[in-house]
Structures are given as C-alpha cells and as structure tokens.
Design a protein around this ligand. Structure first.
Ligand code: 5GP
Length: 361
C-alpha cells in the first residue's frame, strides 16, 4: 500500500464534480439547508451512502450540481481536488469537467471555465503547472522559482483540462464546448471527453462536435461501452478516438478493433465494481489487456463519489492481478505516452519517473 502511494502517478480519467471531498459536500449542503434551498437531512444520507448503483450515481451528480453552482464554489473544489491528487503523488493530472450554463447564477460555459482556472491559480500548497505556451510549459511559480525556496520545496503537479460534453446536451451545446476548448488551449485545455448518463442521448447528436474537435487537432476521449450498446460501441471505435474510458461491454470483435488501433483504455476498477458493470473484479478486462500489453492506464473516475484514490486503484490492481512493485511503477510510467499534453510535458514527466528510479537505486 505504501509503495502504491509513494510512486509517481498519472491520472487521466477524473471528473471534477465527482472528486469533491465529502466534507466539502456536507458543508455546502448544510449551508444550502440553512438557506432553505434544500432539506439537509434528505441530502446527508445520500452523501454518506457507500455502494451506489449507476442510477443513484447520476442522481447524486444532479445533487452535486445543485451544491456546486456558483463560481466561487467551482474554484474552491478545483483547488481542493488538485491538492488531493498532489498529496497522492500524482505528478500529472488530466482533470475533466463539463462547462455549464446556469442563468440564475449568471454562469456561462466560459465563466464556469474561468472559475476552474481561478481555482488552479489559487492553489498555494502545491506548485501547479497548467499554462500551455506554444509547446513550452510554464509553472505558475516559474518566474520566481530560481530564487524562491518555498516554490522549490513544494511538490509539483502538471494539470491539464479536458472539457466534457454531457450526453444530455444538444449538438449546438456540444459544439459550444468544443469551441470553448479550442479557445482555452493556452490555459491548459488539451482535449474533449464525452460522458454523462450512458443510457441518455444518441451518438449522432455529438458526432459533429467530436469530428470538429478532431479536425482542429484536439484529442478526444470517449466513455465507451459502459452499458451494452453494440451499435454505439462500433460507431465509437470507427471514430478512432485517442483514448476510451471504461470499455466494460466490448465484444471480442470490438476488442480486435481496439487492439489493431492500439487505443489506450482508461481503467476505473472501483467505479466499474461499484456501479455493478461487472460481477467481480476477477472478471475485469484489466487482466486480459495487461497480459496482452494493450495500452492502458489506471484511473479513479470519481474519487469522492466512489471513496477511492489513485493509490487505492493501484493497490487493488496489484493485489487482484498479482503485480509486483516494479510492474506497478512501469504501469504508471507507461501512461506518459497516452497523455494529451505536448512533448515538453511528457519529457518533464519522464524525468520525474527517472528521478524516482534513481533514488531507489
Ligand atoms: P463534472 O463534469 O460536472 O465536473 O463531473 C460530473 C459529471 O461527470 C457527471 O455529471 C457525469 O456527466 C460525468 N461522469 C462522472 N462519472 C461518470 C461515469 O462513471 N460515467 C459517465 N458516463 N459519466 C460520468
């Protein structure tokens, strides 16, 4: 367990609102209860409940979105989520979130994202590098780093953002998200994700926006095969996404296709178990993919919702599938190749892994 915590790690599949600390959720719920917006007692047991079904998870997301609707709260949760991942020795985090319009709060997709960026800027316990300038990365503290001993002592985490399209959205709303992502590239936005309730919405609705992202050179990752939907899985694989998440319901011919194109798979063990997409962890597709050397990366999905951490996911994989310390470190390092950030960032993360290995020698 200690080893899984100590090794440098890369997180590529984490939803901002799914990673809110329980303590923060309870605090927000209490405040809204006092204001009479919600009934705290009704909400408290939902937040505290463990082992939620897939439907309950999406009900809880609706609750999260009621609790975290203003700009200030979005900034706060972004800050806390980054701090929590850094505390776990995550050295590169690709955080995804769905930009939201909320007229009542004067929120647009753009102002939502500004609040996220403000959250990244407000982290002061960790050195957060998120700005992307023409292939060069600039740490938030970098201008003063050489003379600033505080910065040099701080942990460093690279953060990049993926903008999610929610499956409830229209083609126009999806397109708006892609355009916003293109506009915000210099603020560390590196790609697009398609997520949201997998039984809602049609692939064809999102396809024009996803195609446009691809044409503009913006990488795309898709929640693929979370439920059994052969037609959609085939259409998604034909789209040739840059990565896929979950992939629980792929048939042998789908895997053949994924194998041929070597699409990296974001594996979320606890999430898949909690939402009962598998009868047991022992039948998880991780083992087949790992043994076949298929590109894969262990991820958390929603640390808050599923009460997990990236160290815990590594530990679970090691325990269940018999991986040793060296395998775990290698598994983490392999993920460098699948990140959406540019080659400069990849080089920097590679160096972090090498430095860790040198310290061991
Ligand atoms: P947000 O995008 O609001 O920061 O994070 C929460 C959202 O991420 C949810 O409303 C949902 O759209 C998406 N999400 C989180 N976890 C999952 C998951 O396991 N599957 C799918 N399909 N979507 C998810």
């Amino acid at each position: 367990k200690e080893w899984c915590r100590a090794i440098p790690k890369i997180e590529l599949h984490a939803h901002l609102n799914g990673c809110i600390r329980d303590s923060t959720l309870l605090e927000l719920a209490k405040l809204l209860g006092e204001k009479g917006v919600i009934i705290f007692a009704d909400v408290e047991h939902v937040i505290r409940k463990c082992g939620r079904s897939l439907t309950e998870c999406f009900q809880l997301f609706d609750l999260f979105h009621i609790l975290a609707t203003d700009h200030e709260t979005i900034s706060r949760i972004t800050k806390e989520v980054v701090e929590d991942f850094a505390a776990e020795e995550v050295v590169y985090l690709e955080l995804r979130t769905t930009p939201k319009n909320n007229e009542a709060k004067g929120m647009t997709k753009r102002s939502y994202m500004k609040a996220v960026i403000n959250g990244l800027r407000s982290v002061d316990t960790v050195d957060v590098s998120f700005i992307n300038l023409n292939g060069k990365t600039e740490s938030f503290c970098e201008p003063v780093q050489k003379s600033c001993t505080t910065c040099m002592e701080k942990k460093k985490i690279y953060v990049r953002l993926l903008l999610s399209i929610d499956r409830r959205e229209t083609t126009a709303a999806a397109m708006e998200t892609v355009c916003l992502a293109l506009e915000m590239r210099e603020f560390g936005v590196v790609g697009i994700d398609l997520s949201g309730n997998p039984v809602v919405g049609e692939w064809d609705t999102f396809l024009p926006a996803l195609k446009y992202a691809k044409e503009q050179g913006l990488p795309v990752t898709l929640h693929c095969g979370e439920v059994s939907n052969k037609m959609e899985i085939q259409a998604m694989l034909n789209f040739s996404p840059d990565r896929i998440g979950h992939a629980c319901f792929l048939d042998e011919d789908d895997w053949e296709k994924a194998r041929l194109s070597q699409i990296p798979v974001e594996i979320c063990l606890t999430s898949n178990l909690r939402t009962e997409r598998l009868s047991s962890i022992h039948v998880h597709h991780f083992a087949n993919l790992y043994n076949a050397n298929h590109p894969l990366v262990l991820c958390t999905d929603d640390t808050g919702l599923f009460s997990t951490s990236l160290s815990n996911e590594y530990y679970l994989a090691a325990e269940t599938f018999g991986l040793d310390k060296k395998d775990m470190l290698q598994l983490g390092a392999n993920a460098i190749e699948f990140v959406f950030a540019d080659s400069e960032v990849k080089k920097a993360i590679r160096e972090i892994f090498r430095a860790f290995e040198r310290r061991l020698a």
